[in-house]
Structures are given as C-alpha cells and as structure tokens.
Design a protein around this ligand. Structure first.
Ligand SMILES: O=C(O)CCC(=O)C(=O)O
Ligand SMILES: [Fe+2]
Length: 273
C-alpha cells in the first residue's frame, strides 16, 4: 500500500485528517540534516554505551536509548516542535484535553539487525482500551536517511481500521523511506515495525510518542527526567512530561518536605523547586 508523503508546510489539521484516514504518513524535511547531526553529537556516546536488545522485539542488533528529554536539547526541541504538537493536540482532541510524552527513545538498528514483528503501539496498555478510543500520536524522526535496505520503519496504511486478528500481506506493507530530518507519523493502532538492516551502515531514528493525558506513560518521565532537571524547562515541556495538573483532580501533589501537614499543590504553573 502507498504511504503518503506531505511537505513540511502542511498544516496541523491536514496532518490529523490524513492520520485519521491512513493511520500513518511522512512529513518530509521538517528539520535540517544539521539539526539531525546535532542530535548524534548530543546522544552518540549514550547510544554507544547502550547494550543491544535481549529479545526479538527489541532486536538483538538494535540499541535503544532513553531519557532523551534530560539528555538532549535537540530532542527537547523535536518533542515540542510546533507543527507536531499542534497536529497531536488536534488528532487526540476527541479523547482528551491534554497530551503527555509517552516515550523518548533513540533506535539504532545496526547492520545485520532483523525485522521486528508488525505490531500496534497501543498494546502497551494491553487490550483494555476500547478500539473506539485512539490513544496515541507517534513520531519517528529520521536522524540518518531511512531506506528499505537499511531498516526503514515499515507499516500497513489503513490497518488501524482492521480487526485485531487481521494479518497483513507483503503487498500491503509500505516502507517509510525518507531523508534525515523527515518524520514518520503514525497512530497507536496502525501495524508497523522496524525492518531488517541489510546495509553496512546503522540506521538511527528517534521515537517520540504522545498519549492521552489520562493514560500511564510507557517511559516513566518522572524518573527519566526528575524534578531537578525538569525545573529548568519551559512550561510546555513540563506539561508534556506530566509535571502539571491534567484535570481538576488529576496529578496534584502534596509536598512531603513541607512542615505544614501536606498542602495540596496544583502544579499548573511551571515547576519551581
Ligand atoms: O525502529 C523502528 O523503525 C520502529 C520501532 C517500533 O515500532 C517499536 O519499537 O515499537
Ligand atoms: Fe512500535
């Protein structure tokens, strides 16, 4: 099946509409390749020190490195990209008022890396969520060029509307081939997965995903990006990490170090320590 490629001046509503229709798309050249290289400069040594996966799903030849909001200014800028955030809010607005960062992960598929099974990212929550609720707006930013040969993410456009047990044929699979700086956008319900790397170079992508504000995040952002780091970030980023209140009764806290008996705080404003 065909994967849609849209230019970087596409507006947020159009992205949300295309995602609703096809379950996946690519925005080409949303950032420069210089910015993508900058990410490698910031994160490269962390990736080098990351062991490869210990099972088929995470990939015996694949390195997955997290805590990217704490570790990389470029990643903070990707996570708060205006177009991506506007499209994510628009797309998820039928189900939530606020959205959260669900996962930050650099994925480096090294030469010899095997195909990852096609899956739906919403399985992070098991099968409890009704199919009428779409929980995610997901991105994989190409940090190196993505090609069919070097492990470009593959996906099955339209499969977000299938029954859970429907299997894809090879003909229905599309490869998100794209240049560094482009971004693959997909929802939580579409079938996708990393592909095998038959080339001699590694493929690096940054998986930044967003979920409904009332769901538990895949990567625990309070541990991956603790308050002593998060206190220096702007309100938008603190909000995405989960440091601000979600709803009237969602996410307040009591200061355990306060002597006043545990005053309830509503961290609607920026986190100040
Ligand atoms: O690395 C990729 O291209 C896709 C990874 C993925 O879908 C996952 O780990 O859930
Ligand atoms: Fe996935």
């Amino acid at each position: 099946m065909e994967l849609k490629y849209l230019p970087s001046n596409t507006d947020a509503l159009e992205i949300a509409n295309q995602l609703e229709e096809h379950g996946a798309l690519v925005i080409t050249d949303l950032i420069s390749s210089t910015e993508a290289d900058q990410f490698i400069t910031e994160i490269g040594s962390f990736i080098d020190n990351t062991p490869t996966g210990k099972d088929q799903f995470s990939g015996y030849n694949t390195q997955r490195t997290g805590a990217l909001i704490s570790r990389s200014a470029t990643c903070r800028s990707l996570a708060t990209n205006d177009l991506i955030l506007a499209a994510a809010h628009k797309y998820l607005s039928p189900f939530t008022r606020k959205i959260l960062l669900h996962l930050t992960q650099a994925i480096k598929i090294n030469p010899g890396g095997e195909e990852q099974v096609l899956h739906r990212d919403r399985l992070a929550w098991g099968s409890y969520l009704p199919s009428s609720i779409e929980p995610q707006f997901n991105t994989i930013w190409a940090i190196t060029d993505f090609s069919k040969e070097n492990g470009a993410t593959r996906c099955v456009p339209g499969s977000h509307k299938w029954n859970a047990d429907q299997r894809a044929t090879e003909k229905q699979v599309a490869y998100a081939e794209m240049s560094a700086g482009s971004v693959f956008i997909y929802n939580g319900s579409v079938l996708h997965g990393g592909s095998a790397n038959h080339s001699s170079e590694s493929r690096i992508g940054v998986n930044l995903t967003y979920c409904l504000g009332w769901l538990r995040q895949e990567e625990n952002q309070f541990l991956s990006c603790p308050p002593d780091i998060a206190k220096d970030f702007d309100n938008t980023l603190q909000d995405l990490l989960g440091y601000t209140q979600g709803e009237y009764a969602l996410g307040y806290y009591s200061d355990p170090y306060s002597k006043d008996g545990g005053r309830i705080r509503k961290p609607e404003k920026a986190l100040v320590l």
